[in-house]
Design a protein around this ligand. Structure first.
Ligand SMILES: Cc1cc2nc3c(=O)[nH]c(=O)nc-3n(C[C@H](O)[C@H](O)[C@H](O)COP(=O)(O)OP(=O)(O)OC[C@H]3O[C@@H](n4cnc5c(N)ncnc54)[C@H](O)[C@@H]3O)c2cc1C
Length: 398
């Protein structure tokens, strides 16, 4: 059995855990990060995450400040316009169509889109060369003992890590959260999201389009061209039974159904990847900390995939932890440090979770009154300029 002493232990090498490792290492702190899985090497490899993330400006600032952005920038596609279409009927037809421009806020883009599998691969490769990060892929968190001054973690391999702070970044079923005795509250909607990548006839012009219909949103997210074809990542939310039916279709029938559901805004779609299915939940941990332990990202909060809030909210957790560490390295992992973290993050997480929960309930409803409200709400939010700018600024996390 090996025993290692470090400043920070991180359980979970998803995008949030890897970013946290880079943020602490950038300050000269020593980090051990463990994850039983290794990132896929190419799109469609077993286990590859086919979601994409729109990194909004604050998330991109963080990646830039800790030296990760340069490795990602070449793969990123700017998100300049967010188009929202309220649809009706079967097959769906647009009834209200509005575009929100980043230039309205004086910005060249709202953010930058990157496929998750590629981001994870690039971050892992970048961190593998970083001096003070000990990346242990293929090993996992197993047990936790904490004392006033330290967390002692036992890994699946039997190795031990003694750290001043243990961070749970190990996803929605977080084993470190469970070991720390922190419960969470989960709201289920009976919805599932299908995530996949398509090529399409028409150029996306860096526009992300959200098309609302009962069952949930259908979202197109612009990606760089693939083999000279226009490409987008798609998240298609549906009631569970409909998602299961769609998932059972062959590729051609599925692509036709996706083209129809998209109201052909990008022309005909062709599948470029397998399809992942994600259950839609809102989940909040009852606390963000326990002795020598901090929860971040989906270990702390899971949101329905609307308005690019999930991972962006997670990277705000990372930014705050990293700012607190920079302010006084001697305090890392102490009660004072953890209470400042919880104070800084709890309210924002809770408000975002409540807002997106309500928004999802209104948007997916098949009640005609709520559908009318959805359509009128879109017109109001877009057409009243001060309201539009306030909502856009809040959505960007500014
Ligand atoms: C369909 C869909 C679309 C989305 N689109 C967006 C978007 O556009 N913008 C946005 O901001 N967010 C989006 N989100 C949310 C975002 O994708 C997630 O928040 C994010 O990917 C989760 O990252 P994470 O690092 O918290 O968790 P994960 O990626 O789940 O990583 C957790 C890691 O922990 C590891 N692990 C498990 N057990 C152990 C163990 N015992 N020890 C150590 N490690 C362990 C796992 O192997 C995994 O690698 C979307 C979500 C969904 C469902």
């Amino acid at each position: 059995m090996n025993r290692t002493d470090v400043d920070i232990f991180i359980s979970g090498g998803g995008i949030a855990g890897l970013t946290a490792a880079a943020a602490f290492a950038h300050q000269g702190l020593s980090v051990v990060l463990v994850d039983p899985s290794t990132p896929p090497k190419a799109i469609g490899t077993k286990g590859s995450d086919l979601r994409s993330t729109a990194f909004l400006a604050p998330a991109q600032d963080l990646l830039e400040n800790i030296g990760l952005w340069s490795a990602l920038a070449d793969h990123a596609e700017p998100l300049k316009t967010l188009r929202v279409i309220d649809c009706q009927g079967h097959p769906p037809e647009p009834r209200t169509d509005r575009a929100f421009q980043s230039t309205d806020l004086g910005a060249t883009s709202f953010g930058w889109n990157l496929p998750n599998w590629l981001t994870r691969k690039v971050l892992t490769e970048t961190l593998a060369g970083a001096g003070n990060v000990d990346l242990r892929l293929g090993d996992g968190f197993a047990r936790l003992v904490t004392r006033e001054g330290e967390a002692i973690v036992t890994l699946a391999s039997g190795d031990q890590v003694r750290a001043r702070l243990a961070i749970a970044a190990d996803g929605r079923s977080s084993p470190l959260r469970e070991a720390a005795g922190i419960a969470c509250k989960t709201t289920r909607y009976g919805q599932k999201a299908l995530a996949f990548i398509v090529s399409h006839d028409a150029a996306h012009h860096n526009v992300s389009t959200e098309l609302y219909l009962s069952g949930g949103a259908f979202t197109t997210v612009p990606l760089p061209n693939h083999e000279e074809k226009h490409c987008s990542a798609i998240v298609w939310m549906n009631d569970g039974a409909e998602a299961v039916r769609l998932q059972a279709l062959d590729d051609e029938a599925f692509a036709q159904a996706a083209t129809q559901r998209s109201c052909s805004v990008l022309g005909e779609m062709k599948l470029l990847s397998p399809r992942n299915v994600w259950p839609i939940v809102t989940q909040e941990a009852e606390r963000l900390t326990s002795q020598r332990v901090a929860l971040i990202a989906e270990a702390a909060h899971v949101l329905p995939p609307i308005g690019a809030q999930g991972l962006n909210t997670s990277l705000r957790d990372v930014a705050i932890l990293s700012e607190l560490a920079a302010a006084d390295k001697g305090l890392i992992g102490t009660r004072e440090f953890l209470s400042e973290y919880a104070k800084a993050r709890s309210r924002d997480i809770h408000l975002r979770a409540q807002f997106i929960d309500l928004y999802n309930r209104i948007c997916r409803s098949d009640m005609s009154k709520l559908q009318d409200l959805r359509s009128a709400g879109l017109k109001l939010v877009h057409d009243v300029a001060p309201l539009r700018r306030t909502i856009m600024t809040a959505g960007m996390g500014r």
